[in-house]
Design a protein around this ligand. Structure first.
Ligand SMILES: Nc1ncnc2c1ncn2[C@@H]1O[C@H](COP(=O)(O)OP(=O)(O)OP(=O)(O)O)[C@@H](O)[C@H]1O
Ligand SMILES: [Mg+2]
Length: 333
């Protein structure tokens, strides 16, 4: 078997909040194979960004982490300084929801893009410029020479996100972490940026973790999709079947809560409030909001287990399959 690009095993993360440690991720296991795209979906606060930050080892000081995060077989969590720097520079790249928060506003686009390439010391300024111009061309930015002299505020959100994609690809990483890369853009721009990201990823055989709260989008651009709730992975499967035949009530709820363009039926958010990982009850994390909850669900945490080639953490997966609906579900009292 080929080594996965990324293998997260039993990752548990706690962060200090005031005087106590709070769980944000619990027993997370995920793998991404070479050139595979894994979608990670879930409501706000479910732990998607924390998963990405854990992979980069960019958690706040005082964080406590157990489990392993293997990048090409080497544990990121125990890497020493030089190996960690090399991993962050060459192994992995990250694209964020808000590009403006991740670019220095007083430096030109050209300086920003050439900086990483020049760090090596083996490339001349002219060569770095030429590489950057061809990258900008690849991400669909015309007139690249002029753009290099501009500052971030002179570019629209869509153009700036393309610049970020160019920067992410400039070091030829093997793994791309994309955290809601199109959420902040308008709909047309979203589609354009997503198409470019998808095309470049496939052309370069990059592995990708694609984070979004939109299950439709995740299914469209990923090979497999994992659904997360309250810091726990509750279902993982190939994109098509997770989309059409979800096994976990939460995944069905995520699908129902997606507004459909032109649809007459209004999108229905999952009743109840999402809980945080630190508030998780001893049983199923979704128990409070699940229309199918039983006593067993409240007392015994379902583990992620295989059902028909997929992984699901629900005691009633087989029994409920194909029948799950939130239509008659009430807001819990
Ligand atoms: N610095 C921090 N210290 C303590 N807890 C934090 C910190 N940052 C985030 N959290 C908590 O970690 C949990 C997971 O947050 P995370 O940002 O991963 O959610 P998310 O799934 O990315 O949500 P969104 O869709 O809103 O981006 C949340 O409960 C959040 O309150
Ligand atoms: Mg997030």
């Amino acid at each position: 078997m080929t080594t996965p690009v990324l293998a997260i095993e039993h990752l548990h993360v706690e962060l200090p909040v005031r005087a106590e440690m709070r769980t944000v991720l619990h027993d997370v296991s995920l793998t991404i194979g070479p050139s595979e795209a894994l979608g990670l979906v879930g409501e706000s606060g479910s732990g998607k960004s924390m998963t990405a930050r854990s992979i980069m080892r960019l958690l706040s000081p005082g964080a406590s982490t157990t489990g392993t995060i293997l990048f090409e077989g080497v544990d990121v969590l125990t890497m020493h300084h030089d190996a960690l720097l090399a991993f962050r520079r060459k192994g992995v790249a990250m694209i964020y929801q808000d590009p403006r928060a991740h670019i220095n506003p007083v430096r030109t686009i050209g300086d920003f893009l050439t900086e990483g390439i020049l760090l090596d010391g083996s490339v001349s300024t002219a060569e770095a410029q030429a590489k950057v111009i061809s990258l900008l061309d690849e991400v669909g930015i015309p007139d690249a020479k002029r753009r290099l002299r501009q500052y971030p505020h002179q570019l629209s959100g869509g153009l700036l996100q393309r610049v970020m994609i160019a920067a992410a690809l400039s070091e030829e990483p093997r793994l791309l972490l994309a955290d809601e890369p199109t959420t902040a853009l308008d709909v047309t721009t979203q589609e354009e940026v997503m198409a470019i990201l998808d095309q470049l990823r496939v052309e370069r055989s990059l592995a990708m973790l694609f984070i979004t709260h939109d299950l439709d989008l995740a299914a469209a651009v990923s090979d497999r999709v994992a659904a997360m709730y309250a810091g726990v992975i509750i279902e993982v499967g190939d994109a098509a079947s997770l989309h059409t035949d979800s096994l976990h009530p939460y995944t069905v709820g995520l699908l129902d809560s997606r507004p459909e363009f032109g649809a007459r039926v209004r999108a229905r958010p999952i009743p109840g409030r999402p809980i945080l990982a630190s508030e998780a009850p001893p049983g199923c994390v979704f128990a409070e909001r699940c229309p199918y909850v039983t006593e067993r669900c409240r007392s015994e945490r379902p583990i992620l287990r295989e059902v028909d080639g997929r992984l699901v953490a629900c005691h009633r997966a087989e029994e409920l399959r194909g029948t799950i609906s939130f239509a008659g579900a009430q807001e819990p009292r």
